[in-house]
Design a protein around this ligand. Sequence first.
Ligand code: HGY
Ligand code: MN
Ligand code: MN
Length: 420
Amino acid sequence: MENSLTIHHTIHHNIHSERLWAELEHLAHFSDSPYPSVTRVLWTPTDMQARVYLKSLAQGAGLAWREDALGNTFIRLEGTDPTLSAVATGSHNDAIPHSGRFDGTVGVMGGLEALRAILRSGIQPRRSLELILFTAEEPTRFGVGCLGSRAMSGALSAAQMREFKDADGVSLEQARQNAGYDAPLEGVQIPQGHYHAFVELHIEQMPSLEELGLPIGLVTAIAAPASLMITLEGEGGHAGARLMPGRRDALLAAAEIALAVEQATLEQGGSDTVGTTGILKIHPNAINSIPSQAELGIDIRDTDLERRDRVLNALLEATQTICQRRNIGFNIHMLNSDPPARSSECVLDAARKVLQDIPHTEMVSRAYHDSLFMARVCDIAMLFIPCYKGYSHRPDEYAKPQDIALGVQVLAQTLLELAQ
Ligand code: HGY
Ligand code: MN
Ligand code: MN
């Protein structure tokens, strides 16, 4: 196989950066909120439009695609030796409400451009290459993140998925059928060894690369995410007529619990521990009515599993104490509590070989990604590119075209390193 310098130049000349930028901008308009914000929730019309768009681009490049029972989409560049397991890349195109246009999409559209650049370069890898569009990396619709990759890795069973319902009471089963996916859910899981390796390209979603002035981050580990819903039952009543003594105000208990999230994280956690109450709903939510019910959605993460679980336990104890003191009923529903993932040395070494003349640093991802679950079924690593001030999950999320192009270049070369 040609030497890596030749490959570098060949791939570099075959990356169409302007077209990739135009495709990312076009994709950003499949959204339920005004540009530049993006809202693209699982199996909504805008999500389906984005899926059709990606498949049309794959088809235009002469790449075959297929979808599984959840809509995970696999776009394939055939290698010279079909007996070998493929090398994969991929990410997600779904987006939480009012978020940004680069989270996930850089790894999907950039992954497609990497495959197209390899095709255009005429280099034929031994192992086939696959780009995976993972269904629902964001937890928005069914409350659990990485739905597609979680199911592919076997961390989520078909039976568990059949229990899922969204906020409108629509089951996952019904929603996926409405979206045109009716194959058996049991077919989503992939066996160990199905892929030789997996590499994901993603924006950093932290400011370190930009502050260090580095164009690439090589991710060595992904933090351990946990999320839970706490529902509270108090007693409603007339805000004017019901005097203060003996009130059982669900919102005030929720407010104390939200503060307990922060307190447990700061007191029991370390510098890598984060705790957030991202959802707070109250009922009946009327200005002159005492809240009888409240619901909190809480997200706690850490690079250290034991420390994360220590924070989680401190929060659960605080919840019990607060609710006893305020005579409030409570229910805790764990949505997920996943272990961290470590990148594999063999994949990191392939990337390090490509990066030997490119300024870069090795780092941890505090956000989770589909790589967190792909790590359960194959060797993985992630590549980060900088984003403006580390902003993400907000409309002013931004990545520079030249950083995206370099990320695609490094991704394509790393895939080729792994596929020979
Ligand atoms: O929340 C996350 O870490 C990811 O962006 N879904
Ligand atoms: Mn995200
Ligand atoms: Mn993401």
